[in-house]
Structures are given as C-alpha cells and as structure tokens.
Design a protein around this ligand. Structure first.
Ligand SMILES: NC(=O)c1ccc[n+]([C@@H]2O[C@H](COP(=O)([O-])OP(=O)(O)OC[C@H]3O[C@@H](n4cnc5c(N)ncnc54)[C@H](OP(=O)(O)O)[C@@H]3O)[C@@H](O)[C@H]2O)c1
Length: 233
C-alpha cells in the first residue's frame, strides 16, 4: 500500500508542483483544494502520468471540512504519512502593509489560514502519524518570518508565518517517535503569490518541500530549511 501524502492548496503553485513531485516518488496524493474541480484537474494529470491520487475539497479554516478529511483518510486509507501545510495567502491589503497602517482584519485573516489552518491540519494528522509510527510534516514558511532578518511591511503575512514557525517547534517538541516536523522556505517563487518577477520556478520551490516530506528516519526535526539547508529563525 502506497504511503499517503495530504497537501493543502494543491491546485496551483508550489502545492501543485509538490503534489506532482511526490506522486512521481510513488506516494498516493490527497490533493486538497478549496474548489473540488481544481483538485480533480491535478488528480487527472497525476493519474495520466501513472501516479496515484484523489481529490478532496478543503478550506483549511473550516474545522468541519478538516474533520471530514480526517474521516475520509481513515476510511479510504487507514494511514497518514505526510502532511504538507502549503495553503497560504498574503492578507495585507494595499495601503495597509506597514506597522502604522496595518489592519486587524488583515492580520486575523492571515492567522486564520496561514497559522490556524495549519494547526487544525496538524491536530488531525499527528495522532494518526503517531499511530503509524511514521510521519513527515512540512509547514510552508518564508524567510520573511525569520526574526533574525525581519524587515518591514506585510505585517499580517510575517506575523502569521512567525507563529507558524512556532507551531513547527511546538509540534516537534510534542511529536511521537518517527514523526518529523519542519518549516521550509521555498525561496521567492514565480506563482500568483510570488508574482512574475520571482527568480525561482515552482519546481525549484517544491524541491526543498519534497526533501522535507521524504526525510529518512534519522532526518532533522524542529528545523527551518531552504533547499535542504538550515536557515536562521
Ligand atoms: N511564492 C513564493 O515566493 C513563496 C515564498 C515563501 C513562502 N511561500 C509559501 O508557499 C505556500 C504556497 O505559495 P504559492 O506561491 O504557491 O501560492 P499561490 O500560488 O498563491 O497558491 C496558494 C494556494 O493556497 C490556497 N489557499 C489559500 N487560502 C486557503 C484556504 N483558506 N484554504 C485552503 N486553501 C487555501 C490557494 O487556493 P485557491 O486557488 O482556492 O485560492 C492556492 O491553492 C504558501 O504558504 C506561501 O506562503 C511562497
């Protein structure tokens, strides 16, 4: 039976490239996307290439949908090997991006998806990984959340990802044997979020995510990585 990888926001960008890359390594991919039709399209591409995948409609801020996903995994697979918390957004509205103009509504939107969405996913994934004695959790973070290189602007995004990095450390501290939890920065990647001027392709961005999703038994946990190398918090 193939190992099962769940990827959120897998309909485009880095999430999609990660789904396709992990499928090529022989995992069964549960392609999660807010729109089921968008997930279906990614699944069709994976199946065409000879991989294994299924689609699930998932808005990560909706606890009922997260619970339904967990029930689906139990029933359809009975195992949960990899979680990639990829779904994310840039919440800061134009004109409200610096400290003086930041709006609570934007900050809260950032936390809801980028932090609490990932937390909800870990809350259902980690017990199932513990039961299987194996798990790889990858939280998509960013150098913009590194305290040591913290700059101005994009407050909601930065704060939500700093908190996500804290969740990586907490999950690592509480994780069972065999479960590795890491934050990964994909670099600046050409996607809807990264924009057209980004220097990296989605394949470049996904490479380090796939690395963290397939770490060997003695691989690192509780770390922050880019391209498979540690970066400062
Ligand atoms: N691109 C970069 O340069 C860069 C750099 C550092 C970190 N990252 C991180 O990498 C991850 C992927 O980024 P990307 O560049 O591939 O972004 P993207 O192309 O904008 O894709 C974002 C994905 O997240 C999904 N999403 C957003 N909010 C969601 C929610 N509440 N529930 C479920 N899905 C949701 C989107 O779904 P819809 O299609 O339905 O909107 C989409 O599939 C993000 O966490 C981002 O912060 C990106």
């Amino acid at each position: 039976m193939r190992p099962v990888a769940v990827i959120t926001g897998a309909n485009r960008g880095i999430g999609r490239a990660t789904a396709e890359g992990l499928a090529r390594l022989g995992l069964h991919i549960v392609v999660c996307a807010r729109r089921k039709s968008a997930a279906d399209e990614v699944v069709a591409g994976i199946l065409e290439e000879g991989g294994a995948a299924s689609a699930f409609a998932l808005e990560v801020t909706d606890r009922a949908q997260v619970a339904a996903l967990a029930a689906h995994i139990d029933q359809a697979h009975g195992r949960w090997d990899v979680l990639v918390n990829n779904a994310g957004l840039l919440p800061d509205a134009p004109g409200h991006q610096d400290l003086l103009s930041a709006r609570n509504e934007d900050l809260l939107q950032g936390f809801e998806t980028n932090t609490l969405g990932a937390l909800a996913m870990m809350q259902v994934a980690l017990p199932r990984m513990a039961a299987g004695g194996y798990g790889r959790v990858v939280n998509l973070s960013t150098g913009m959340a590194g305290l040591s290189e913290m700059g101005g602007g994009h407050l909601g995004y930065r704060l939500s990802k700093v908190a996500l990095n804290a969740l990586t450390r907490i999950a690592h501290a509480e994780a069972s044997a065999g479960v590795l939890v890491n934050s990964v920065c994909p670099g600046w990647v050409k996607t809807e979020m990264g924009g057209p001027n980004a220097p990296r392709s989605v394949a470049d961005g996904a490479r380090g995510v796939i690395w963290a999703a397939t770490l060997p038994e003695d691989g690192p946990s509780g770390g922050f990585f880019r391209d498979g190398k540690p970066i400062p918090w």
